[in-house]
Design a protein around this ligand. Sequence first.
Ligand SMILES: NC(=O)c1ccc[n+]([C@@H]2O[C@H](COP(=O)([O-])OP(=O)(O)OC[C@H]3O[C@@H](n4cnc5c(N)ncnc54)[C@H](O)[C@@H]3O)[C@@H](O)[C@H]2O)c1
Length: 319
Amino acid sequence: MRREFFGAGADTSWNKKRLEEGCAGFRHHEVDIRDRAKILDLVREIRPDAIVHAAAQPSHELAAARPFDDFDVNAGGTLNLLEAARRACPEVPFIHMSTNKVYGDIPNRPKLVEQAKRWDYADPEYRDGIKETLPIDNSMHSLFGASKVAADVMVQEYGRYFQMPSCCLRAGCLTGPNHSGVELHGFLSYLIRCNLEGKTYKIFGYQGKQVRDNIHSYDVTQFIRCFIEAPRYGEVYNLGGGRDNSISILEAFTLIKEISGKEMSHEYVDQNRKGDHICYISNLSKIKAHYPNWKITKDLKETFREIYEAWRRRQRLDD
Ligand SMILES: NC(=O)c1ccc[n+]([C@@H]2O[C@H](COP(=O)([O-])OP(=O)(O)OC[C@H]3O[C@@H](n4cnc5c(N)ncnc54)[C@H](O)[C@@H]3O)[C@@H](O)[C@H]2O)c1
């Protein structure tokens, strides 16, 4: 479906092949999450020990162009999987990949200061980032953010109403060497690919000083493991790289140049994406308080290097 949404460059079937060949016990079932009957049957048949729900339409722009598909996949698909879990295995942990876009553009309201290469929070209260206590309504989300809000609230409800072990991970930028980044989704992966291939990277507004906190997929999976081992009910956690792994687009250009030795070719479009965050850093204090054994293990430099090496490998395979 990612290929259908974003074109050939976003295809993830190479990764499915990699898992099937290299991962004992991995089994892929080609099922559309919108297909309620098939999802109910599949979960009943497998009776999994845990469910990690990562299927989504993940782009703002595409949601505006294809609102029915966006809502059916993100909101309807989540309900299908939740209800399948409730009927077949209500006792197993259900981890939902939510997003910081559920906060809409409220994270843009704290006062910011403009620095040479990045925006940052002016108020020390926000120094460590955005907490889960930030409201999620009365703001602009994009249709994608709204369909993810529906999913996020439904996961919380199944946790509270039906006492199912569950959590929503409100993610910042998740990335890693196996990301198939494209212009519309997967900022770091795409930026690094552009550098490698000498393509022009388009910056949309905010002078290129917009800040994101990035987390390596390995650290995401390590948190998921912690949650499966000691689940809670209907929790929400902000999950990102935190301040230490935060970077602006301009700073990312400098870091990738240090690794590849190549100057970044870029073009500035003086129009930010609608509702786009200016500075977003996930406050990790709640997630760390609930799961003190979990921590970020991959810093930005290592993450950049791994993504860069992975694109090079994939390019060599394509040649
Ligand atoms: N990558 C990020 O920075 C980021 C940030 C915040 C939240 N998230 C969330 O994490 C999850 C995974 O995102 P990702 O970055 O890996 O994106 P992705 O596009 O690589 O993953 C989504 C997967 O869902 C699959 N999918 C789409 N429609 C489907 C359908 N109808 N039935 C079954 N599968 C379907 C796609 O083929 C794709 O493999 C999503 O819920 C996304 O909203 C990601």
